[in-house]
Write a protein that binds this ligand. Structure first.
Ligand code: FAD
Ligand code: NAI
Length: 462
C-alpha cells in the first residue's frame, strides 16, 4: 500500500492536467488509468484522432477544389486509407507518449488498472489499496445510447468505431447533427462517402448562434452533406454489412426508412462512473448521472473532488483541463478558479465554427440591450486570396457600455481567432478596445477587428 496526497482517477485532459499541476505544487500524486495508454477519450478516441482525420481530408478537399486554380495540377489524389489510419495512430501515440513523459518528468505515479473508491481516503486498483488525502474523480464520459439502436462498432458505430472503420463506407447515416456528427460526417463526405445526417431538431448544433447554424448548414450542404431535419430515429436494423434506419418526421409523423452500410450514432455523451463503487460510498449524483459538485468541485464526501465530463457543464477537453488545474490549486490551498462565462467552443469542420459567451438568442431571451458587429470574410484580403471568403465574425456587445458579451465566428481559422476575443472578455474589454488594437495585415484576424469596428462607427472594408 502506498500513501499519496492526491490520487486522480482517470488520465484524460482533466485528470492528467490535474495530476501534473498537483505534483508541480509539491503534492505527492498518482493517477489511475485503466486504458493501456494515458490521455483519456481526448487523446485516444476523441479530439486528437478526429482532428488528424479532419486535417488529412481537408488537404484532400483543398487539392480537389483549389489547387488547380493556383496552378498546381496534381491530378486526382489517390486515397490510401490504411496509411491515413496509420498517420492517425502515430498522432495518437505521439500525444499519449507525451503525457507518459510529462508524468515521469513531474514524478506523477501512473497506477495501471481500473480504480474504485472503497471508502473516503482509499483508492483500490486491482488488489492494491492506496491511501490518499484527496481523491479526484476524472473518469470522463462515454457515448450515450439510443433506444432501438444497438451499437456493434462495425455497422452501427459510435465515434470510436467511426475513427477505425476498416474501409471507407459508400453510404453513411449519421444520427445527430451535433459536433461529432458534423465533424466525422465531414471526414467521410470528403472521402467520397454519401453522408446523410438525420437530426431530431430543425437546426444543426443546438445551442449555437442562430445565424451561424443557418450559414453552417448551408455550407455543409454545398459540400455535399445531406440533411433530414426534424426527424426522430426510431430503430436501426442490421445485417452483417448493411443497416436500415427508420425515422419519423416530426412535422407530419410520416415514417421513412433509409439504407446505409454504416450508421454513426452521435446523439450525445453521458458521464462514465461505472465500477468506481460510488453507491457504497454514498456519493451523490445528479439526475443526469453526473457526479454532483458544489461551485468548487467538491463532492458530498470530504476529500473527494470531481472534474471534467463526469460533472456538469460543456463536455470539452479544455473545460476539463481548467477544472483540473483549479482543483489542484484548491487542494494546495490556493484559490482555484474557472471562468465558465469564457469557455470557447470550436467545431473543426471546413470552415471552422467557434463561439464564446452569449448567443444573440440568449441575449434576447434575457431582455438585454445589445448591439451586433458583423463582418464577412468576403471583405478580408487574406481570405479572398485563400478561397476562404465564406463565413463571418459576429461580435455582440452591451449597447450602453460596449462591453463584449459574446462572439461567434464561422470561417477560416475560426478556432484560433476566437481566442483574442476570449482574452478581451477576460479583461472585461469593450468592442472599441479590440477595434483600436492594431492587427497585422493581411491576416484573418483583421476580420475580428472589423467586426469590433462594426459595433461602433462601422467597418472599413464592407
Ligand atoms: P476523458 O478524456 O473521458 O478521460 C477519462 C479517462 O478515465 C479515460 O481514459 C478512462 O479510461 C479513465 N477511467 C474511467 N474510469 C476509470 C477507473 N475507474 N479507473 C481508471 N481509469 C478510469 N473536446 C474538445 O474540447 N475538443 C475537441 O476537438 C473534441 N473532440 C472530440 C471528438 C470526439 C470523437 C469525442 C468523443 C470527444 C471529443 N471532445 C472534444 C470531448 C473531449 O474528448 C472530452 O470533453 C474530454 O476528453 C473530457 O476529459 P476528461 O478528463 O473529463 O475525461
Ligand atoms: P451533441 O450534443 O453535440 O449533439 C447531439 C445531436 O443529436 C443533437 O443535435 C441532438 O438534437 C441530436 N439527437 C439526439 N437524439 C436524436 C435522435 N433520436 N434522432 C436524431 N437526432 C438526435 O453530441 P455529440 O455530437 O454526440 O458530441 C458529444 C460531446 O462531445 C459534445 O458535448 C461535444 O462537446 C463533445 N465534442 C466536442 C468536439 C469539439 O469540441 N470540437 C468534437 C466532438 C465532440
Amino acid at each position: 500500500m502506498a500513501s499519496y496526497d492526491v490520487i486522480v482517477i482517470g488520465s484524460g485532459p482533466g485528470g492528467y492536467v490535474c495530476a501534473i499541476r498537483c505534483a508541480q505544487l509539491g503534492l505527492k500524486t498518482a493517477c489511475v488509468e485503466g486504458r493501456d495508454t494515458l490521455g483519456g477519450t481526448c487523446l485516444n478516441v476523441g479530439c486528437i484522432p478526429s482532428k488528424a482525420l479532419l486535417h488529412a481530408t481537408e488537404m484532400l478537399h483543398e487539392s480537389e477544389h483549389n489547387f488547380a486554380k493556383m496552378g498546381l495540377n496534381v491530378g486526382k489524389l489517390k486515397i490510401d486509407w490504411d496509411q491515413m489510419l496509420s498517420y492517425k495512430k502515430d498522432t495518437i501515440d505521439a500525444n499519449t507518449k507525451g503525457v507518459a513523459f510529462l508524468f515521469k518528468k513531474n514524478k506523477v505515479d501512473w497506477l495501471k488498472g481500473w480504480g474504485s473508491i472503497p471508502e473516503a481516503g482509499q483508492v483500490k486498483v486491482g488488489d492494491d489499496v492506496h491511501e490518499a488525502k484527496h481523491i479526484v474523480i476524472a473518469t470522463g464520459s462515454e457515448a450515450a445510447s439510443l433506444p432501438g439502436v444497438e451499437v456493434d462498432e462495425k455497422v452501427v458505430v459510435t465515434s470510436t468505431g467511426a475513427l477505425e472503420l476498416p474501409r471507407i463506407p459508400k453510404k453513411m447515416v449519421v444520427i445527430g447533427a451535433g459536433v461529432i456528427g458534423l465533424e466525422l460526417g465531414s471526414v467521410y463526405n470528403r472521402l467520397g462517402t454519401d453522408v446523410t445526417v438525420v437530426e431530431f431538431l430543425d437546426v444543426v448544433t443546438p445551442g449555437a448562434d442562430g445565424e451561424v447554424q443557418k450559414t453552417f448548414q448551408r455550407l455543409l450542404k454545398r459540400q455535399g452533406l445531406n440533411f433530414i431535419m426534424g426527424a426522430a430515429v426510431q430503430k436501426v436494423e442490421t445485417t452483417k454489412t448493411k443497416a436500415k434506419v427508420s425515422y419519423q418526421l416530426r412535422k407530419d409523423e410520416s415514417e421513412h426508412v433509409i439504407d446505409a452500410d454504416c450508421v454513426l450514432v452521435a446523439t450525445g455523451r453521458r458521464p462514465f462512473t461505472n465500477g468506481l463503487g460510488l453507491d457504497g460510498l454514498g456519493l451523490a449524483l445528479t439526475d443526469r448521472g453526473q457526479v454532483k459538485t458544489d461551485g468548487h468541485w467538491r463532492t458530498n464526501i470530504d476529500g473527494v473532488w470531481a472534474i471534467g465530463d463526469a460533472i456538469d457543464g460543456p463536455m470539452l477537453a479544455h473545460k476539463a483541463e481548467d477544472e483540473g488545474m483549479a482543483v489542484a490549486e484548491s487542494i494546495a490551498g490556493q484559490a482555484g478558479h474557472v471562468n465558465y462565462g469564457v469557455i470557447p467552443g470550436v467545431i473543426y469542420t471546413h470552415p471552422e465554427v467557434s463561439s464564446v459567451g452569449e448567443t444573440e438568442e440568449q441575449l434576447k431571451e434575457a431582455g438585454r440591450d445589445y448591439k451586433v458587429g458583423k463582418f464577412s470574410f468576403m471583405g478580408n484580403g487574406r481570405a479572398k486570396a485563400n478561397f476562404a471568403g465564406d463565413g463571418f465574425v459576429k461580435i455582440l456587445a452591451d449597447k450602453a457600455t460596449d462591453r463584449i458579451l459574446g462572439a461567434h465566428i464561422i470561417g477560416p481559422m475560426a478556432g484560433d481567432l476566437i481566442h483574442e476575443i476570449c482574452v478581451a472578455m477576460e479583461f472585461g474589454a469593450a468592442a472599441e478596445d479590440l477595434a483600436r488594437t492594431c492587427h497585422a495585415h493581411p491576416t484573418y484576424s483583421e476580420a475580428v477587428r472589423e467586426a469590433a469596428l462594426a459595433c461602433g462607427d462601422g467597418p472599413i472594408h464592407s
